[in-house]
Ligand binder design. Structure first.
Ligand SMILES: Cc1ncc(COP(=O)(O)O)c(C=O)c1O
Length: 377
């Protein structure tokens, strides 16, 4: 599914030297390696401010808290994402409101968002949190229009989308604030937990900086109840090394995705979609979007049987995500039920992520496609 060693081996020496410099400095929390990474990351993404923190989950919380989201306010997001997209809203003290997804991209559906905003659950919504799922930006033309028309904050969950773009603007610079994850399996990854928030706003960045370090502007003077969510120097140093390579890695992912498209078509396995009948429906890049293929996710009706078949042949695959968030045990309190979001529920039964990473070889992809062809025959 993912062989991280193929990325690590050629960088071994460079990474050791970067970590060695942090050890020599004995400065482990924030400090110059983190500041250097933040400056370089902001420049790459075309944003004024980037702030490292301890995880993508914390970045979501920090972005919302800094944007003034808290008790009495609601945030509208997708039921088809990693758990943190919703749990961070709740941790910020706000209410989570959900709307269904588009069946083609699996991203939050702007039309569904508008109808929720017009309904009873839309009343206290102060922000929309679209997730750029699988490495493809949510439809920002529409979300920017909705946000402006209704005076809502837009916060991006860009955890899976380093380098993705919408109409030439990089994820991270589309909304009022954005959250990134550098969890080891992400396109740009640390050697442990790490995250970052980005924003164009000096005011929001200043608040986030204060909140990530116990609400302190001045040492031991606590203006607000913040938290400890700092990025450590080793992660900053490692990320700064990898930042030099990420554009090339993302380009390689695009090549891998294109190769899958060609191989599946050549094998005659592809159906038009959005829903599959007997074969598979392929993911695609929508107009205006620059996809960075964090995942290559197919839809197929006999998903679980296919996954078992691949496992027996030593081919990794994963289900992102088997249970939509509104049906998670811990989120029953949101007040939704089975049938509330039919697109998300159907996707949860049909999606299967295939191996994808920059170093994946063509012969390995041929093996994956041949195994799927065998299953479908
Ligand atoms: C969409 C999404 N949001 C948030 C997160 C949380 O990031 P982290 O695992 O770094 O806390 C992740 C990653 O796991 C994610 O995929």
């Amino acid at each position: 599914m993912l062989d991280l060693k193929r990325q690590y081996c050629p960088l071994h020496q460079e990474l050791l030297e970067a970590v060695g410099r942090v050890l020599e400095s004995q400065q482990f929390i924030l400090g110059e390696p983190v500041a250097a990474f933040e400056r370089a990351a902001a420049e790459r993404l075309g944003v004024a401010h980037a702030l490292g923190c301890s995880s993508g989950t914390d970045a979501l919380w920090l972005a919302m808290a800094a944007a003034g989201i808290g008790p009495g306010k609601a945030v509208l997001t997708t039921p088809f994402s990693f758990f943190a997209s919703v749990s961070a809203i709740l941790r910020a003290g706000a209410t989570a409101v959900l709307a269904d997804i588009e069946p083609t991209t699996f991203n939050l559906d702007p039309a569904a968002v508008e109808s929720v905003l017009d309904g009873p659950r839309g009343t206290n919504v102060a922000a929309i949190l679209p997730v750029h799922l699988y490495g493809q930006a949510a439809n920002w033309t529409e979300f920017a229009r909705i946000g402006k028309a209704r005076d809502l904050k837009l916060i991006e969950d860009a955890a899976q989308a380093w380098g993705a773009e919408w109409n030439g603007v990089k994820a991270g610079g589309l909304g009022d604030a954005a959250a990134f994850s550098f969890y080891p399996t992400k396109n740009l990854s640390a050697a442990g937990d790490a995250g970052m928030i980005t924003t164009h706003s000096a005011e929001l960045a200043e608040r986030a900086k204060m909140l990530r370090q116990h609400g302190m502007r001045r040492r031991y003077y606590h203006d607000e109840i913040g938290w400890n969510t700092r990025l450590d120097g080793m992660q900053g140093a490692i990320l700064n090394v990898k930042l030099k390579y990420i554009d090339g890695w993302n380009q390689a992912r695009r090549t891998v995705a294109k190769r899958y498209q060609g191989l599946f078509r050549a094998a005659g396995l592809v159906e038009a979609g959005p829903y599959p009948n007997h074969g598979i429906v392929l993911p695609h890049e929508v107009p205006g979007s620059h996809h960075v293929w964090h995942q290559f996710v197919i839809r197929t009706p006999r998903r679980d049987a296919l996954r078992d078949f691949l496992t027996v042949r030593g081919i990794g695959s994963e289900i992102y995500y088997p249970v939509p968030l509104h049906l998670q045990e811990s989120l029953k309190g949101l007040g939704y039920e089975k049938g509330s979001f039919p697109e998300a529920e159907r996707a949860a039964h049909e999606v299967l992520a295939l191996p994808i990473f920059p170093e994946l070889r063509e012969d390995e992809q041929q093996t994956v496609v041949a195994a799927i062809a065998e299953f479908l025959s």
